[in-house]
Design a protein around this ligand. Structure first.
Ligand SMILES: [Zn+2]
Ligand SMILES: [Zn+2]
Length: 301
């Protein structure tokens, strides 16, 4: 079938809409009608060259929601009509990592930046040439074909335009606070940058019981939203926030600093390091849970 898709054809370059040929789903794959796709900063990193692209042209978008239209042979967990959110790290549910509760480390994730599908071939084509798919997903298209493992089914009553954010920004930010920074009740937390990821980190830190969630966000129009969603204090620069953080912690510095800025620089990391205390935790990328999930095996009596 022919579908419209936003492609990156050179780096640095721009996302431009083209008509591409989309193959039907093969073994273990599904055809999804894309309803919504969040614009992640990673898509901009691809366009600027900050994140290397393995193959061009590339169809972007890894934060999508949609409706399954068709399933390929062997698909067991999805059927046409299912509403789904995409996962840019496919989770097979069966490998050593998935079975241990760390789907973010699924063996299949090794292929997330390659551009082709799990069997090494391509489903999108432009003038007969293969088109890479971002995270095996490519939400920048009217329809896309992806692994069954890349889809997480959701309830049909969940608004799809909101659910798409669960594909990247929300779990990335929330997980940075709850898992990587391991926020504890009473903590003083600094969140640098309140974009899609940062604002989810704010909510994660508040949910985990932080006493103060101090946000540094230079765009003042975002400040009220930060306060609505869990921030206790908002500043436009790190330097402005420093005095408060030191006064709250007897000069020790924050318990954790979570860096969610658009383009990470050594200055940002240095600032976070200085503002967090001696045992402080800081994170700029989501990490696996700090502790292994507790076993759910129970002896049957
Ligand atoms: Zn993303
Ligand atoms: Zn797996």
């Amino acid at each position: 079938m022919k579908v419209r898709a936003a492609l990156l054809r050179e780096v640095p370059g721009k996302w431009e809409v083209n008509e591409v040929e989309l193959d039907p789903p093969r073994e273990g794959e599904v055809l999804v009608r894309i309803v919504a796709n969040g614009l992640c900063h990673s898509d901009d990193h691809f366009a600027t060259g900050d994140i290397p692209v393995g193959h061009l042209p590339l169809c972007g978008g890894h934060e999508a929601s949609g409706v399954v239209e068709e399933v390929g042979p062997g698909v067991r967990t999805l059927k046409p009509g299912d509403h789904v959110v995409t996962a840019f790290v496919p989770g097979c549910g069966r490998c050593r990592w998935c079975a241990g509760g760390q789907q973010n480390l699924c063996d299949n994730g090794a292929l997330m930046l390659e551009g082709h599908q799990l069997d090494g071939s391509y489903r999108m084509h432009l003038d007969g040439e293969p088109v890479a798919q971002a995270g095996l997903v490519s939400g920048f298209a009217e329809y896309s074909v992806m692994p069954e493992y890349s889809c997480v089914p959701i309830g049909a009553d969940m608004p799809l335009e909101l659910a798409s954010l669960l594909g990247c920004a929300v779990p990335t930010g929330w997980g940075s606070a709850v898992n990587a920074a391991a926020v504890r009740p009473g903590d003083v937390i600094v969140v640098m940058g309140a974009g899609g990821i940062g604002i989810a980190a704010v909510q994660g830190a508040a949910h985990a019981g932080a006493a103060r969630v101090v946000v540094v966000e230079p765009v003042t129009s975002k400040h009220d939203l930060c306060l609505d969603l869990g921030a206790t204090d908002v500043f436009t620069s790190v330097d402005e926030a420093t005095e408060l953080v030191r006064s709250l912690t007897n000069g020790q510095g924050a318990d954790a600093a979570i860096i969610c800025v658009g383009v990470l620089t050594s200055a940002d990391v240095g600032a976070a390091f200085v503002r967090s205390g001696r045992p402080g935790r800081w994170s700029s990328l989501p990490q696996p849970p700090a502790t292994r999930p507790r076993s759910t095996w129970r002896r049957s009596s």
